[in-house]
Design a protein around this ligand. Structure first.
Ligand SMILES: *Cc1c(COP(=O)(O)O)cnc(C)c1O
Length: 369
């Protein structure tokens, strides 16, 4: 049993996806073909955000968001330590300083208290200027955007949402991808909405940001080609990937409902040894990944393995513990919840093509550990 089964999904959509792909191949507009803007339009409507700019992957999407707000050396950008490396990597790549912040015990998202503490600590460091916050919808679970927006407005920081795992989730009446100043997402195959290769998008309500991001993604071009007004990158969503995403978007809500049903069964039937994540009130998780915590995860993982059930650890090491970020001990923030999470979490199968008996098997194997 796989964690996420992409083959089953393809079998279901095969004729429609094949037709779409064939149309792109025959048409020949492999770069910026009509499917790209068709997808950007449909996706912006689905999320409820004014502008979507497709790009090459989720990491580029984050980088483009940070470039658009002018992140530069000397800037401090706050980011949780318990997340995928891309969330912090792009900050360092632009020469700015990632300042690691702790996460909440039960929802794994950035802890607003820890963020406030980190901001006041950075304010005391002369050579650093607080600039932005990257909040991550880890595993699909929304961060506390009301409080984060409040903290960001108060401190004049830009709020960036790393929604790579959040598409499909929601916070109050807004879909994830539309709850911060700028959001970045990924269409990596195993993400909630995935293509068949790399892909990503930047989302924002602000026209000024969208225009800069579009320009940056196309080598910093002005209205005309070969008129470059800023130093940009080459990061586009492939026409083939956009064509595939258009078909997948049509069944996306239905798939999400099934994942919610699976999560309810896990929550109701797994024993108390396993802690399911807390989905904050008035929120919906995208159920990108189903992560449990358990004081003895190794036994659980090996029992699953014996029964041919896949599992994984997202993530076994916090970012402040990675060699790549060792230099970053400048700002001492308590990161103990991140460290505990990295020792206790493991993830179990979660995808819309699990049968009721698959779900029962996962539950009984885990409960027998
Ligand atoms: C996958 C992921 C990214 C990066 O997306 P890519 O498309 O792989 O570049 C960034 N942040 C988080 C939280 C992710 O899960």
């Amino acid at each position: 049993m796989k964690l996420i089964d992409l083959n089953e999904q393809y079998s279901r959509l095969k004729s429609r996806i094949d037709r779409r792909v064939q149309a792109v191949l025959s048409d020949g507009q492999y770069i910026m073909g009509p499917e790209v803007s068709e997808f950007e339009g449909k996706f912006s409507q689905y999320i409820g955000v004014n502008h979507v700019v497709g790009c090459a992957n989720g990491t580029d999407a984050l980088q483009l968001a940070l470039m658009a707000i002018g992140v530069k050396p000397g800037d401090a950008v706050f980011v949780p330590s318990f997340t995928f490396v891309a969330s912090a990597e792009v900050i360092a790549l632009l020469g700015a300083t990632p300042v690691f912040v702790d996460v909440l015990y039960d929802s794994y998202s950035i802890d607003p208290e820890s963020l406030s503490t980190a901001i006041s600590k950075v304010r005391k460091v002369k050579k650093l200027q607080p600039k932005a916050v990257v909040a991550v919808d880890l595993f699909g679970i929304p961060a506390d955007y009301d409080r984060l927006n409040e903290i960001c407005v108060h401190n004049q920081l830009v709020l960036i949402e790393d929604a790579a795992q959040g598409i499909g989730g929601s916070y109050h009446d807004r879909k994830l991808g539309s709850v911060a100043d700028i959001a970045a997402t990924s269409f990596f195959p195993s993400k909630p909405l995935g293509c068949y290769g790399d892909g990503g998008a930047v989302l924002t309500d602000k026209k000024e940001y969208a225009e800069i991001i579009r320009s940056l993604s196309l080598h910093g071009k002005n209205k005309e080609k070969y008129d470059n007004i800023r130093v940009g990158v080459n990061s586009r969503l492939d026409t083939l990937q956009a064509a595939i995403l258009l078909e997948k978007l049509t069944i996306f809500d239905q798939e999400l409902k099934i994942k919610e049903h699976i999560s309810e069964r896990y929550r109701a039937e797994l024993s108390d040894d396993y802690v399911m994540p807390l989905i904050p009130q008035y929120s919906r998780s995208a159920w990108a990944i189903c992560t449990l915590r358990c004081s003895n995860r190794n036994s659980a993982i090996s029992k699953l393995k014996k029964n041919n059930i896949a599992s994984a650890i997202y993530y076994p090491k916090c970012l402040h513990q990675q060699d790549a970020f060792r230099y970053n001990s400048l700002i001492p923030v308590d990161l103990s919840q991140s460290e505990t999470a990295s020792r206790e979490v493991f993830s179990i199968p979660m995808h819309p093509y699990l049968s009721e008996s698959d779900i029962s098997l996962v539950i009984s194997v885990l409960n027998s550990v």
